[in-house]
Design a protein around this ligand. Structure first.
Ligand SMILES: [Zn+2]
Length: 248
């Protein structure tokens, strides 16, 4: 029987002083997939577990999907990749749309990761992203990640960004990633059993636009990437909270 759950690792926006940056951990019967890798990733993962037995560490994340290259979504990837190389020696698989992968190494990771010494004062070795991860572009149509099927579509944002739907059997979860309000994206996401939608200022989605959606769509929506001033207690749409686990 298929199962699908999502743990809310972070709910904050790029400027949050209250939360970790937006991040979701999806688990099916056999697959664990991290959606985005924000700064302080190891601590965010640890604190997302209510019980010590549910703790997930950097070596437990074999699959990582990056929605886009803003620092609040990708700033913890170096930590994960270095940990896997130096501490456990196990490569993770890294998924993103080709436009994101194209910039990931050159514009976000290379400066800190392309040179390693084999010993103090020793030989410097030049590395590429493939030395750190199994790099897997998201193509058109569905991409299989273990027993999960991933679909994506572009959002309206400053830089190339992908929203995703994650399916296991008959169960589907959606995530808007960062996007300006896009009714066609909301319609695509609302075919999921549950979906997370961002809200914020700027090239993001105003809360009022989401409040104006029909009730059945809002009922399956959870807010994420909300600003610190957003009042969770009185929110007109239910807010995701760090440490929550939704079991579909
Ligand atoms: Zn962004």
């Amino acid at each position: 029987m298929s199962s699908l759950s999502v743990r809310v690792v972070g709910v904050g926006d790029a400027f949050t002083a209250l939360h970790y940056n937006a991040c979701l951990l999806i688990e099916s019967a056999s697959t664990r997939l991290l959606i985005d890798a924000p700064p302080a990733l190891a601590r965010a993962l640890r604190e997302s577990a209510v019980e010590p037995s549910e703790r997930v560490g950097l070596d437990d994340i074999d699959h990582v999907l990056i929605t886009h290259l803003h620092g609040d979504h990708v700033g913890g990837l170096e930590q994960l990749l270095f940990y896997r190389r130096f501490v456990t020696g196990r490569k993770a698989a890294l998924y993103a749309i080709p436009e994101v992968l194209a910039g990931l190494w050159e514009t976000r990771l290379r400066g800190g990761m392309d040179t390693l010494l084999d010993a103090p004062g020793g030989v410097a070795r030049t590395l590429s992203l493939e030395d750190y991860a199994e790099v897997r572009p998201l193509g058109d149509g569905a991409t299989a990640i273990g027993d999960l099927a991933i679909e994506w579509r572009p959002t309206i944002h400053h830089i190339p960004t992908s929203a995703v739907r994650v399916r296991s059997g008959a169960l589907t979860l959606g995530y808007s990633a960062d996007t300006a309000f896009d009714p066609t994206l909301v319609a695509w996401l609302s075919r999921a059993d549950l979906f997370f939608h961002e809200t914020n200022l700027g090239i993001h989605t105003p809360l009022a636009s989401l409040v104006g959606l029909d009730e059945s769509t809002r009922a399956r929506m959870r807010l994420i990437h909300y600003p610190d001033f957003h009042d969770v207690a009185t929110s007109p749409i239910v807010c995701a909270r760090e440490g929550e686990v939704y079991r579909l």
